[in-house]
Design a protein. Structure first.
Length: 103
């Protein structure tokens, strides 16, 4: 499946816009909290992956390809970004209480 999947992503522009937004917001969230001196959450790759998984499992995926409009600046995605910030904060709390490693 590796080559097949790789071709869908690289040759046809197949992607999940919801996943892209969650990861974009998660990256910004972690940078913003570090700059503000808020170190209350572990931001290792394991915990970040757990946070992303928790948030993504609560959202509807939005898959597209090169042939479908990828406008992520419309009202739906603007509202989704706001919702995702709140979801990320809650997901960090869940991960903090149940980490997959010793933080």
């Amino acid at each position: 499946m590796g080559e097949f999947k790789d071709n869908l992503y690289t040759r046809a522009g197949f992607e999940n816009l919801t996943e892209n937004i969650v990861l974009e917001v998660l990256e910004k969230f972690t940078k913003d909290t570090e700059e503000m001196g808020k170190k209350e959450y572990c931001k290792c790759w394991i915990c970040l992956a757990d946070v992303a998984a928790i948030v993504l499992n609560q959202l509807k995926p939005n898959y597209c390809s090169n042939f479908i409009d990828k406008d992520v600046n419309n009202e739906y995605f603007t509202n989704l970004r706001t919702k995702v910030v709140e979801m990320i904060d809650k997901a960090f709390e869940v991960v903090k209480k149940n980490p997959h490693h010793n933080c």
